[in-house]
Design a binder for this molecule. Structure first.
Ligand code: F6R
Length: 243
């Protein structure tokens, strides 16, 4: 693991965007695995600035997002499809035909999971996977469990995650209860992984991810086994690791 501990959220966002930009420059048709949530927003803003400054080009970039809520239409303002358009895609020269997100409207989970795994395979796999981390150590929506999940699957969100995400909805009851997510196998197959984390609330999860045993109870701990992981985290998120 290459671990960069930086001062704060802004420094985390700048560093993470540099790593993604380097990937895009070295391989202009890279497959980027993308994440949503509050942590990568600043990273996306830095990427948009680099695009506007002529440093990076999205015209050949292909993307595969980690996850999507079940039951939300792509124009619902809390869907991850909407998040990606408003936080990144609408501001750069990406071809929307080259962007991929699980389709939360497909009821038949088996069908949608098979389709999404095939999409990732057809892309030739992910070159660089961006990840946030949940307070409970989840990555994508791979929640603490008895075993590491394989490919794309449908998952019932834990109370912890529903509560953490309720801030984006009118009420906790409005948070979807299910989501589609890439599995641990999809994430581990990425050629490189970039995990970003900010804030005290992530300190416990970061400690367990980096220093704890590898266990499906802390899904991110599996990253210890990947040979090409960057962690970019601020001092607050790293406060238990660096104490
Ligand atoms: C989002 C995702 C989640 C988030 C995690 C952290 O696509 O996969 O695992 O990365 O819940 O969310 P934030 O960044 O909002 O703290």
């Amino acid at each position: 693991m290459r671990i960069y501990t930086v001062k704060d959220y802004d420094a985390m966002s700048a560093k993470a965007a540099e790593i993604i930009a380097a990937q895009m420059i070295s391989k202009p048709n890279s497959v980027l695995g993308l994440a949503t949530g509050s942590t990568p927003i600043g990273t996306y803003q830095n990427l948009i600035k680099k695009y506007n400054d002529g440093i990076i080009d999205f015209s050949e970039i292909r993307t595969a997002n980690l996850d999507e809520y079940k039951g939300l239409t792509p124009d619902h303002d809390q869907s991850y499809a909407y998040f990606m358009r408003t936080n990144l895609f609408d501001h750069v020269n990406i071809d929307m035909a080259n962007t991929n997100i699980p389709n939360g409207l497909v009821e038949d989970a088996e069908e949608e999971c098979k389709r999404y795994d095939a999409v990732i395979d057809a892309l030739g796999g992910v070159d660089l996977q961006l990840l946030g981390i949940g307070n409970n150590g989840h990555i994508g929506f791979n929640e603490p469990a008895e075993a590491f999940a394989n490919g794309t699957h449908s998952i019932k969100l834990t109370d912890n995650t529903i509560e953490a995400n309720a801030r984006f909805f009118a009420s906790k009851d409005d948070v979807p209860k299910y989501a589609y997510t890439m599995g641990i196998r999809n994430i581990m197959q990425a050629k490189a992984i970039l995990l970003v984390a900010s804030g005290e609330a992530k300190a416990d999860a970061m400690y367990k991810t980096i220093c704890g045993p590898i266990t499906p109870e802390v899904p991110a701990s599996i990253l210890q086994l990947h040979s090409n992981v960057f962690i970019v985290a601020d001092e607050a998120a790293m406060s238990k690791v660096n104490k």
